[in-house]
Design a protein around this ligand. Structure first.
Ligand code: MG
Length: 388
């Protein structure tokens, strides 16, 4: 990887793993992280977890798995241009949503409410818990024993309280930057932005295909509509109803490219201004991976449009309410009868004398569920079927 920029994460200078391991003969440390993530149980479950649309609503909608792959694709593509570490970007992208509950944000909000008095539930922190603790794949330790840099990227946000708790158990570890108000590596910063670019684009696609939003409504969104108009001007046929899907894809394709080039330009300019000598200097600098001012504003408009018209659409809200009911009922049922959970969680909950440990074991068990497993468990434990 001699083409890496000095401010990129270099696997040879990784801050290392929590449990020392001998290097692999042919793979870098970040390639190993990526491979461990792909082979994990939590990664396979992403295919049956909701992004916006419930998994069973249609076979073509994004799931957390396809979303994660799209983030990795965008991230790698930008990383190569910036000469930062593609393997690390891929590892972080593929792991970034591992901690998501079933039923998307609805599930997370409900679970957060259930454990509010025991520290709450944050999906970023849960993603870290998955790779640090909940994956059971190695004889000598819990978790996947990933490098500091991948774990740093996975913990995208963290409350001050949780950062302090992390700092107590791992001084100077991945919680420290939230207390010092520092940034993560460029690779981690890039994954955040690639996540946003990715879901803004694919939620337009899924939203239009589901019929919940229309191309006409999207006329109010300049970021999208400029490319829709340009594509239609070049290919007037695309205005005809049978070809509207191609118009949608062409507009999204152009919008994605424009955002990718914008990030590359704005970030290269920021890197020239700050000239960080290495990744430590990156961490002390302000955020450097960014949109330009105009694109940032337009991306925000798109986000606000999706929030109002898609995420708060009555049909989405209806499933949101049922999903929250499932999560809350499951939480109450397992808290009351921990033996109904899988053995490892049941054992942990039963061995705990106090409420917080038991509540956390129940939250971990529910967070790991796929949408359909949660719905089935709910029916088994309550006798009520909320999802077909
Ligand atoms: Mg995401």
């Amino acid at each position: 990887m001699s083409s890496l920029a000095p401010y990129a994460c270099d696997p040879a200078r990784s801050l290392g793993r929590r449990h020392a391991e001998t290097p692999a003969p042919t793979r870098t440390e970040y390639q190993r992280d990526r491979d461990r993530i792909v082979h994990s149980t939590a990664f396979r479950r992403l295919v049956y977890k909701t992004q916006v649309f419930l998994n069973h609503e249609g076979d073509l909608f994004r799931t957390r798995l396809t979303h994660s792959l799209e983030v990795a694709q965008l991230g790698r593509s930008i990383a190569r241009s910036l000469r930062i570490n593609e393997d690390l970007v891929e590892a972080i992208s593929l792991a970034h949503d591992l901690g998501h509950t079933p039923f998307g944000h609805a599930g997370q909000d409900a679970l957060n409410g259930c454990v509010a008095e025991h520290g709450g539930f944050e999906h970023n922190l849960q993603s870290l818990r998955v790779v640090d603790k909940l994956e059971e794949r190695y004889p000598q330790y819990d978790g996947l024993n990933l490098t500091f840099e991948t774990r740093e990227g996975v913990l995208k946000h963290c409350s001050r309280r949780n950062a302090q708790l992390l700092e107590e158990s791992e001084p100077g570890g991945v919680g420290a930057r939230f207390l010092r108000k520092e940034q993560p590596s460029l690779e981690a910063q890039l994954c955040n932005l690639a996540d946003e670019i990715s879901y803004n684009a694919h939620d337009i696609d899924d939203g239009v295909r589901s019929g919940l939003i229309t191309l006409a409504q999207l006329r109010d969104v300049p970021l999208f509509d400029q490319f829709r108009a340009a594509a239609q001007a070049e290919h007037p046929d695309l205005g005809r109803a049978p070809l509207q899907r191609r118009l949608l894809y062409e507009a999204i394709r152009r919008m994605l490219s424009a955002q990718v080039y914008d990030v590359i330009d704005a970030t290269q300019a920021a890197l020239s201004r700050h000239a960080p000598a290495d990744v430590q200097a990156v961490r002390r600098a302000p955020p450097l991976v960014m949109f330009g001012d105009v694109m940032r504003e337009r991306s925000l408009q798109l986000k606000q449009f999706l929030f109002k018209n898609l995420y708060r659409h009555p049909r989405v809200m209806d499933t949101t309410a049922r999903a929250q009911e499932v999560v809350r009922d499951l939480f109450a049922a397992y808290l009351e009868s921990p033996h109904e959970m899988n053995a490892g969680f049941a054992e942990q909950a039963a061995s705990a004398d106090g409420g917080p440990v038991r509540a956390r074991a129940v939250a971990d068990f529910i967070a790991g569920m796929t949408d359909r497993f949660a719905a089935r468990e709910h029916e088994r434990l309550t006798g009520r079927r909320l999802f077909d």
